[in-house]
Design a protein around this ligand. Structure first.
Ligand code: FAD
Length: 385
């Protein structure tokens, strides 16, 4: 739909894989709230989830724009990358801050699909967006951390072997500031299940395999600490630009799916003896959604360009995420309207995609927090919280 799609061969290959997983596949899973195991396994086997892992560890060693193209293509094909997108960027914490031994141990196994690193435990029920107030603790006891606390919205935890966990290792009162004293620990969930780790699924408006996770004296070897103790918040922050840009690319893909679906329907549905797409009241919202999608796509590309030039595009990554999430949700709403009553029918897949794309107004960061970031860091307005 864009004039010059980059990564033509990659997009073509991902598109062909996704074509094997049409609407019926996702509808059935949605009804059963089941995980798309076959889809994720095939993506893993084809190496698409390991595009960002360097070649020396068995991945493709491609830049972030390649990962963005993979995710965008998945969404544009009507699939749901929410089932596996974290696998792509969560390993960045390990890659950037892990020891060479940790990288050797885990990255090749993640690249081959032998190990799944899909779970990212940051959000907690009482602290929410205020990450520095999180309450999960990891206390040293000999050569182990003893972990106690609770996470919420830990997506894909039941479909992951490893979890990147953010926990407090220095009590808040002894920490220099709220965001220090937090550490990143790699939890091997296969060992932990039933030994201090409990997972409880949360039913949500879309099929996202998200959960609550409880830690009750879970013992994790001290060698699973990633980077330096107390610097975990910074490590998590450094991965956020990549995460936001990739989610934005997914939203662009969603918007393309909705726009395509609406255009096709508007060209063939006849009411009052003429196709509905002949009416400006129907075609203008589609054209507007297209313009907004393209504008957000340009911001995604700009964020990618800066990121790949080694800059820290906090503003562009945030704006890309917000604009693309808005564009996809606007396109979703337009698509339902274009389809009249059929927009609500399960078999058209629109209501499912509508529910799925709504998430990105809230996660992984809500729109208000993006606006606060821009107000404070770009416009120099006072910090509002
Ligand atoms: C389906 C799903 C999957 C998720 N997956 C993961 C995951 O895998 N791992 C993980 O760690 N987290 C995950 N999350 C959590 C997600 O990142 C948070 O829900 C999101 O960041 C918002 O935080 P919160 O829910 O705690 O909302 P709160 O922090 O409670 O905020 C509630 C509302 O108030 C607004 N608000 C709060 N403070 C301010 C302020 N100062 N100024 C203006 N507005 C404010 C927010 O914008 C929001 O709209 C997931 C969430 C969902 C719903």
């Amino acid at each position: 739909m864009t004039s010059e799609p980059s990564y033509f061969d990659l997009r073509d290959a991902v598109g062909k894989l996704c074509a094997k997983y049409p609407g019926e596949y996702w509808r059935k899973l949605d009804r059963e709230m089941a995980y798309p195991t076959e889809f994720v396994s095939e993506l893993t086997q084809a190496g698409w989830l390991a595009v960002l892992i360097p070649e020396e560890y068995g991945g493709a060693g491609l830049p972030l724009s390649a990962a963005a193209a993979v995710l965008e293509e998945m969404q544009a094909a009507g699939c749901n990358g929410g089932a596996c997108h974290a696998q792509m960027y969560t390993m960045g914490t390990l890659l950037r801050h892990g020891s060479s031994e940790q990288k050797q141990r885990y990255l090749p196994a993640i690249a081959s699909g032998e190990l799944r690193l899909q779970a990212f435990g940051v959000t907690e029920p009482s602290s929410g967006t205020d990450t520095g107030s999180l309450k999960t603790t990891a206390k040293l006891d000999g050569d182990h951390f003893v972990i106690n606390g609770q996470k919420i919205w830990t997506s894909r935890a039941e479909h992951s072997d490893l979890m990147i966990l953010l926990a407090r290792t220095t009590p808040l009162e002894e920490s220099e500031k709220k965001t220090s004293g937090l550490s990143v620990i790699l939890v091997d969930m296969r060992e932990a299940m039933g030994n201090g780790l409990t997972i409880r699924p949360i039913r949500t408006m879309m099929n996202h395999a998200t959960t609550e996770v409880f830690f009750d004296n879970l013992r994790v070897p001290v060698e699973n600490l990633i980077g330096e103790e107390g610097r975990g918040f910074k490590y998590i922050l450094t991965g956020m630009n990549a995460e936001r840009i990739l989610i934005a690319a997914e939203c662009v893909g969603d918007a393309k799916w909705f726009i395509n679906k609406a255009s096709e329907y508007a060209k063939q549905r006849k009411v009052f003896g003429r196709i509905i797409g002949q009416n400006q009241g129907v075609q203008f919202p589609i054209a507007k959604a297209y313009a907004n999608m393209r504008a957000s796509e340009l911001m995604v590309n700009e964020a990618l360009r800066l990121y790949e030039a080694g800059e820290n595009p906090g503003a562009e990554a945030n704006m890309a995420k917000m604009l693309a999430a808005d564009a996809s949700f606007e396109a979703a709403n337009m698509c339902i309207q274009t389809h009249g009553g059929f927009g609500f029918a399960e078999e058209f897949d629109i209501e499912r995609k509508f529910r799925e794309t709504r998430l990105y107004q809230t996660a992984p960061i809500s729109t208000n927090l993006i606006l606060s970031y821009l107000a404070e860091h770009i416009l120099g307005l006072p910090r509002s919280y």
